[in-house]
Design a protein around this ligand. Structure first.
Ligand SMILES: C[S@@+](CC[C@H](N)C(=O)[O-])C[C@H]1O[C@@H](n2cnc3c(N)ncnc32)[C@H](O)[C@@H]1O
Length: 145
């Protein structure tokens, strides 16, 4: 699994995701980061990642549409509360997948359109979305099995 983080704004989420990615042996994280959070909040991200930031390849992309069109593996969009998405328990991961995560607004439609598959972590008690870093951890764990 590789992952693309689409315009993630919170440094704490980024730090937690990096730490989780290293823990699950995810080799590469791509970021579409037009607000340059990775640079502006470098120190906070490093602290929250507990130094694991040095153990993973981080690649910033500037043209997500072009990047996705050229990406060789399957592109998997993570979607909250979409009945047409595949529930994570029923989903079969491939090692060569790119899993794409959004920010608090979710993923833009044009990005979802470029993905072959949509997945959802189903929730109860009238919730349909989790904190991004929590959702990332659950999906990274699924890929580690
Ligand atoms: C806080 S959520 C976005 C909430 C937004 N209101 C929406 O409906 O998409 C941030 C990101 O975490 C991931 N995520 C959160 N909950 C999820 C769920 N239940 N299933 C799949 N992905 C989830 C997705 O990548 C989502 O774009």
């Amino acid at each position: 699994m590789e992952a693309l983080l689409y315009q993630v704004n919170h440094s704490a989420n980024i730090g937690m995701i990096i730490r989780t990615a290293v823990g699950f042996n995810i080799s590469k994280l791509y970021f579409y980061d037009p607000k340059e959070i990775l640079i502006k909040k470098q120190k906070q991200i490093r602290n929250v990642s507990q130094g694991t930031i040095d153990k993973i390849e981080i690649i910033t992309i500037t043209k997500p549409n072009n990047f996705l069109e050229k990406y060789k593996g399957r592109k998997i969009a993570t979607i909250c509360g979409d009945s047409k998405a595949i529930e994570l328990k029923q989903f079969t991961p491939n090692k060569t997948d790119l899993v794409i995560f959004g920010n608090e607004r979710g993923l833009p439609k044009e990005i979802i359109k470029l993905c072959e598959t949509k997945i959802n972590i189903s929730l109860v008690n009238e919730l349909n979305s989790l904190n991004l870093a929590c959702a990332f951890s659950i999906i990274a764990y699924k890929y580690s099995n």
